[in-house]
Design a protein around this ligand. Structure first.
Ligand code: ADP
Ligand code: G6P
Length: 472
């Protein structure tokens, strides 16, 4: 059934810029949330509320824009221009790195984080105030379409649902958390006021969704522990997916074919691929160390194997992220300096925002390395097998949400165990073709069957179960 949805996320499906001739250009938003949600507009009547990020976004903020998705489906987009200082505190101090690092268990606790006066100020004048401006935008949208369900996304917006609920006790609110939920004790890194407000804000929704039982269970524990409430009835597990047809089509597009020719021109016989944002949670540095251990143990494979790392630079105004990008570059150079020979560089590191090349690499991998420290889902693990043409093997972290679904057909690794990852690369590269093909096809069949429609239907059915009776 087509439903009216008000989708709310920090990053929108497109971001605007100016072309050389001065005309307005639209660029696809990065990351898993936007990739997945872009398909939602095919099936539902969507008004999407997101932050204005670029200058050109700010210029059109406040208007209702008629946008069309890649497949031609129409939707409405409203960008909210927040106060610049408030947005900086909200995005660069509170949401990233603080909440992201808490939820992916990334802090080195003896040294960080610093919950100082600056953080408290960023919380109250940044995170709270940006959430309030989102809540006001949702309120205005509900004024126009009172029968729409509101669909909040992710860790940027934990407080907005409570603010909307206070004004509109009858609104149907669902929130999907795209990232892991850690155990209750880890939430105690945050001061009491902040951690309580986060849990309370989420509990203002009718339904809160997670990718896996593991994240959902942790949420139920932490609500019980921190608020003394029972969240069971309003939580649901719904693993997100991707639009399989879109990727199959994309794989044959001119841009991808062009990028693929580039890869083919100098690919080694065996190719290990990784595609990530340059995020500390993705465990890129350890991935290079694992590859180094593999090369150390397998001199016979020198010149025959290479790693292609396509990394989208992410959140570079945040020191932790800028430092991590530096660590990635240093580590790749160290491994290359140790092993390279004329005509062969073991790690081809490309720091660029190049989606077409990512899809081309998906087609070409013999091993896909997804070794995230923690990851809510990891869509790369679902997308790449859909279009792969080499019976490639997926090496998958046990801490990626995707592992709950795909683990039996992947090679499981512990993200901290670099020796284990090196061994998995070896097993993947020496696996016979029949076994490789069977695993790849099983992953494809699973992703095709558990599609994005199923994800939305699960969430909306839960919403109807919880919200509708409460409003009768
Ligand atoms: P995260 O959401 O943490 O970034 P995921 O693996 O879940 O991690 O999602 C990454 C998404 O970004 C995938 O859907 C992938 O197709 C997409 N992607 C990869 N490279 C680019 C790029 N250069 N621009 C936009 N999206 C990209
Ligand atoms: C992950 C998060 C999203 C976020 C994306 C890209 O997928 O779950 O909420 O949009 O990363 O990060 P960015 O900070 O660039 O929006």
């Amino acid at each position: 059934m087509r439903r009216k949805l008000i989708v709310v996320s920090n990053r929108g499906p497109v971001s605007y810029g100016r072309g050389p001739d001065g005309s307005r250009t639209a660029k696809r938003g990065g990351g898993g949330l936007v990739t997945a949600l872009r398909s939602l507009v095919q099936y539902h009547e969507v008004t999407w509320i997101a932050s204005a990020i670029t200058e050109e976004d700010r210029a059109v903020a406040g208007q209702t824009l008629d946008e069309t998705a890649g497949d031609g489906s129409p939707y409405k987009l409203q960008l909210v221009a927040h106060d610049r200082q408030a947005y900086d505190w909200y995005y660069n101090v509170v949401a990233n790195p603080m909440l992201w690092f808490v939820q992916h268990s990334l802090w080195e606790l003896p040294y960080a984080p610093k919950v100082d006066a600056a953080f408290h100020r960023a919380w109250s004048e940044g995170y709270v105030s940006v959430n309030a401006s989102f809540a006001a935008a949702v309120d205005a949208a509900l004024e126009r379409t009172p029968d729409a369900a509101v669909f909040f996304h992710d860790y940027h917006l934990y407080l907005a649902p409570r603010m909307v609920r206070e004004r509109r006790p009858d609104a149907a609110l669902v929130h999907f958390v795209h990232i892991p939920w850690p155990q209750p004790d880890y939430w105690r890194i945050l001061p009491k006021g902040a951690r309580s407000a986060i849990h309370d804000g989420l509990m203002a929704n009718d339904v809160v969704g997670f990718h896996t039982e593991r994240w959902r269970r942790n949420f139920i524990y932490s609500v019980r522990e921190l608020l003394g409430e029972d969240a069971t009835a309003r939580t649901v597990t719904a693993p997100i997916s991707v639009d399989a047809a879109e990727f199959v089509e994309l794989a044959q597009s001119d841009a991808v074919l062009r990028a693929e020719r580039e890869i083919l021109a100098d690919r080694p016989e065996k190719l290990v691929v990784r595609v990530d944002r340059t995020d500390p949670s993705k465990n890129i540095v350890r991935g290079f160390r694992a590859f180094e251990l593999y090369l150390e143990a397998h001199p016979e494979m020198h010149r025959l194997v290479g790693m292609l790392a396509l990394l989208d630079p992410s959140r570079q105004d945040i020191p932790e992220y800028a430092e991590y990008l530096g660590a990635i570059q240093r580590e790749a150079r160290r491994v290359n300096d140790r092993f390279q020979q004329s005509g062969w560089r073991p790690i081809d590191l490309e720091i660029a925002d190049d989606f077409a090349k990512s899809v081309a690499a998906y087609k070409q991998f013999d091993v896909l390395l997804v070794n995230a420290i923690f990851d809510g889902m990891n869509l790369v693990a679902k997308e790449a097998p859909l279009v792969n043409e080499r019976d490639g093997v997926v090496v998958l972290s046990e801490n990626a949400g995707a592992h709950a679904e795909l683990g039996e057909w992947a090679l499981t690794v512990n993200p901290f165990d670099v020796k284990g990852q090196a061994d998995a690369i070896e097993v993947a590269l020496s696996m016979d073709a029949g076994d490789r093909r069977a695993r790849l096809e099983a992953i494809r069949a699973h992703v095709r069957e558990h599609d994005l429609n199923r994800w939305t239907d699960t969430l909306l059915a839960a919403l109807d179960r919880v919200a509708a009776p409460a409003r009768r």
